[in-house]
Design a protein around this ligand. Structure first.
Ligand code: F6R
Length: 368
C-alpha cells in the first residue's frame, strides 16, 4: 500500500502532481470557473458577501493565510484568517453576508466543526474546503469544495495542503468571476498558470535527492528558522510546522520584515535559516528579501535559499540554493512548500523517527 515508499508521507508527497491535477479537474468549463460540489449558496448570495472569514487549524490555517492574499487581491472582499479554536471565543462579528470558509483535510476536526456550528447560528454562510467526502464539516456546511487529494494517511499534511491551496485559488477566482472584479481573460490567465502546477511540482520532486542530501547533514541541529514574505510567509510557517512535527526540532517561521523587530537576536553562527525568495515580479519585496538574507548571513547564519530559476541576485548570499520554477507570486506557495516537505521527511527519517506517526499527534483531532 506504500507502493515501495518507506513512509505514507513520502508517498503522499510524491502523489502531489496527481493530487493537484485532480483538484483542478473539471472545475473549469465554458459556463463558469468553479464547480462547487454541493451548494446551498446562490450566486446572488455570493455577490452580497461583504466579508470572508477563513478558519482552520494547523496546516489548514496556513492554507487560509495564503488564500487571504489571493482572495483579497482578486475579489477586493476583506478577508480575515483565524484559528478555528480562537474564533468562536472572541464574539466575532458575523452577519448573513459573511462567508465563513472552513478548511479541513479530515472534515472531522472538532475545533473547526464547533466554529462552523457557531458561525451558522449567527446566520453566516459556511463553505467547507475539505478532502474527505461525506465527513461532518462538509455535511454541516452550506457548500463544499472537495480537494480530491485522495486519502491522506501520514499524520503530517502534505497533499492535503497543496490541494487546499488549489481549492482556495479556485474559490477566489470564482468569486471574482461572479462579482465581476476580474475580467474573464485575467481569470483564464491564472487558470492557465494553475494548470502548469502539476508539472512544476513534478520537476521539484525529480530533484528530491538534492534536498535529501541537504537534510541528512542537519540531523543534529537544534533549531531551524524559516523566513518568507507575502505569500511566502505562510510557506515559512508550514515549513517550520513540518519540522516540529516530524523531526521534533525547534523551528519557527517569520515574516522576514519582522526580523529587525526581534527575531534577529536569535541569529548566531551556523544557525540554518530557510529563506523563501519572492519571485522577481515583486520588485520591492524581492529587494527587501535580498537585504534580509544579507543581514542574517553577515551574522553567521547558514542561508538555505529557495529561489526561482534564473534569479541570480541572491546566489552569492546563499549557502545552499534550492531552485523553484517561475510562477506568479500568489501561486508560489504551491511550489515553494514541496522542498520543505521533502526536507522534513528526510531529516526525520535520518534521525530515526516514525514519520507517519509522530509522537503525541493524531491524524484527526476530534476533541476540542
Ligand atoms: C499538520 C497537520 C495538522 C492539521 C490540523 C487540521 O501537518 O496535519 O496541523 O493540518 O490538525 O486538520 P484538518 O485539516 O483535518 O482539519
Amino acid at each position: 500500500e506504500k507502493d515501495g515508499y518507506d513512509w505514507f508521507m513520502r508517498k503522499e508527497i510524491f502523489e502531489q502532481p496527481r493530487a493537484v491535477a485532480d483538484a483542478l479537474l473539471g472545475r473549469h468549463d465554458g459556463d463558469g470557473l468553479l464547480q462547487l460540489d454541493e451548494v446551498r449558496i446562490s450566486e446572488d448570495e455570493l455577490r452580497e458577501v461583504d466579508k470572508i472569514v477563513i478558519i482552520g487549524c494547523g496546516t489548514a490555517n496556513y492554507a487560509g493565510l495564503v488564500a487571504k492574499y489571493a482572495i483579497e487581491h482578486w475579489t477586493r472582499i476583506p478577508c480575515e484568517v483565524e484559528l478555528a479554536h480562537e474564533f468562536r471565543y472572541r464574539d466575532p462579528i458575523l452577519t448573513r453576508n459573511t462567508l465563513v470558509v472552513a478548511i479541513s483535510q479530515s472534515g472531522e476536526t472538532a475545533d473547526t466543526l464547533m466554529a462552523i456550528r457557531y458561525a451558522r447560528q449567527q446566520k453566516a454562510r459556511v463553505l467547507a474546503v475539505c478532502n474527505t467526502n461525506g465527513s461532518t464539516i462538509p455535511r454541516e456546511s452550506d457548500a463544499v469544495i472537495y480537494t480530491h487529494a485522495g486519502p491522506e494517511i501520514g499524520v503530517a499534511s502534505t497533499k492535503g495542503f497543496l490541494t487546499q491551496l488549489i481549492a482556495c485559488y479556485l474559490l477566489g477566482l470564482y468569486l471574482a468571476q461572479v462579482r465581476g472584479t476580474k475580467f474573464g481573460d485575467e481569470i483564464a490567465a491564472v487558470v492557465d498558470e494553475l494548470a502548469k502546477m502539476p508539472d512544476h511540482v513534478q520537476c521539484l520532486l525529480d530533484s528530491a535527492e538534492q534536498v535529501y542530501e541537504l537534510a541528512r547533514t542537519y540531523a543534529g541541529t537544534r533549531s531551524v528558522l524559516f523566513l518568507g514574505r507575502h505569500a511566502g510567509f505562510p510557506v515559512a510557517l508550514e515549513g517550520a510546522l513540518k519540522l516540529k512535527e516530524l523531526a521534533y526540532i525547534h523551528a519557527e517561521g517569520f515574516a522576514a520584515g519582522e526580523l529587525k523587530h526581534g527575531p534577529i537576536a536569535l541569529i548566531e553562527e551556523g544557525l540554518p535559516v530557510f529563506c523563501v525568495m519572492p519571485p522577481r515580479g515583486r520588485d520591492q519585496l524581492h529587494d527587501k528579501m535580498v537585504s534580509a538574507i544579507q543581514e542574517i548571513r553577515a551574522r553567521g547564519a547558514r542561508t538555505l535559499v529557495l529561489v526561482e530559476e534564473g534569479d541570480e541576485e541572491v546566489t552569492r548570499y546563499a549557502d545552499e540554493l534550492i531552485r523553484l520554477p517561475v510562477v506568479p507570486t500568489l501561486l508560489q506557495p504551491v511550489v515553494a512548500t514541496v522542498p520543505l516537505q521533502l526536507f522534513a521527511c528526510e531529516l526525520a527519517t535520518a534521525m530515526g523517527h516514525d514519520v507517519d506517526q509522530p509522537r503525541n499527534l493524531a491524524k484527526s483531532v476530534t476533541v476540542e
